[in-house]
Each structure stands twice: as C-alpha cells, then as structure tokens.
Write a protein that binds this ligand. Sequence first.
Ligand SMILES: [Fe+2]
Length: 215
Amino acid sequence: MDAFSLLKADHRKVEELFEELESASGKAKLRVFEQIKMELDLHAHIEEKIFYPALEKPRQTHELTLEAYEEHEVVKKLLRELSRSKSAGKEWQAQAKVLQENVEHHVQEEENELFSKASSALSQEDVEKLGERMATEKERQQGRGAAKKSRAKRAGAKKAGAKKSAASNKAASKTKAAARAAKRTGGTKKASKSQGGSRSRKSTKSGSKKAAKKR
Ligand SMILES: [Fe+2]
C-alpha cells in the first residue's frame, strides 16, 4: 500500500470513531475515546517517524510539514488532557469536539495540500516505500502494544494472587491467634472451675462435721 492510501485509510477510520463518539453515551464515550487516542497516537507516530522526515527537505512540502508537526502537538495535548478525565461530562465533550475539529482540519490540509505537493516532490517508488515502512512500523507498534497489554494483565493477576495469599495468611494467623487465646481462656476457666469445685466439697465436709457435733 502506498503512503497516501495508508494514511487516508487511517483518516477514514478516525472519522468513523468520531461519529461513534458522538452517538455513544456515558462511560461508552470514554471507551470510544480510548480507541481514538490509540489510533491517533499510532498515526502521529508513523507520520513523524517516517512520512514527515521525507517531506521536510523538499522545498514544495517544507512549510506544510513544519505546520503539520505543530498541529500534531496541539492534538497530542488535547488527547493527554482528555484521557485524564474519569467521566465524559459537558466540559469533556466540548474539549472532545475541539479535538475533532483540529483533527478534521489537519486531515483536510494533508489530503488536499500536503499529499498533492508530496506526490510531485517524491517519486512513485518513494511513495510506495514510505507506505511499506509505515505499515511495518504500525504492525511493530501494535505488536508492542499487545505485548504490553498482556504483560500488564499478567502483572495484575500476579498482584491479585499475592493479595489473596496475603489475605489468607492473615486469616490463618488470626485463626491461630484465636485458637491460642481460646486455649488460654479455656485453661483459666477449667482452673477456676476446679478451685470452685474443691471449695464446695470443703463446705460440704465442714457442714457434715457441724451436723455430727449437733448430734
Ligand atoms: Fe497527521
């Protein structure tokens, strides 16, 4: 796939996600936003690492490329701010709208101006090669993302397991302590019971002595 087709496909995907964001409600909005962020971060990464450096030098594309870098910075800042929120309230939605407008402007500028200037500055072979390199980098990043996710999942499971065993250890030591305490209390009770028993036997003995004297 050539560079322009690959980037245009990314643009269409993000447009669809923004439509989904508009129709989603509550927590679902945040989930769609996470997808948008992931797509835009990856898209910006491959453009900045592979596509823009190839367009920075040619005179026809120099200025537009510098502008594109700056527009990416604005979008990244908005993405960071939006991802901090735990709920999609009115302010969050307003900021998400600003993000969408910024992305739309950037996409239009790329597709209507930068790509046409780039196609005259670069050979068709360059455009193909850039597309291949970006596709490879995308796959590499997606693989890294998946590995990171599964590592986080494993770490989470390990943590939960450690918490569980710590809780059961605590419970076991509590039971042991309770058993020891019960043993102690039981022993004292027994002792006092046996003391009380001997006292009652004594009083019976003296009582019988008294009775014998009377007789
Ligand atoms: Fe871009």
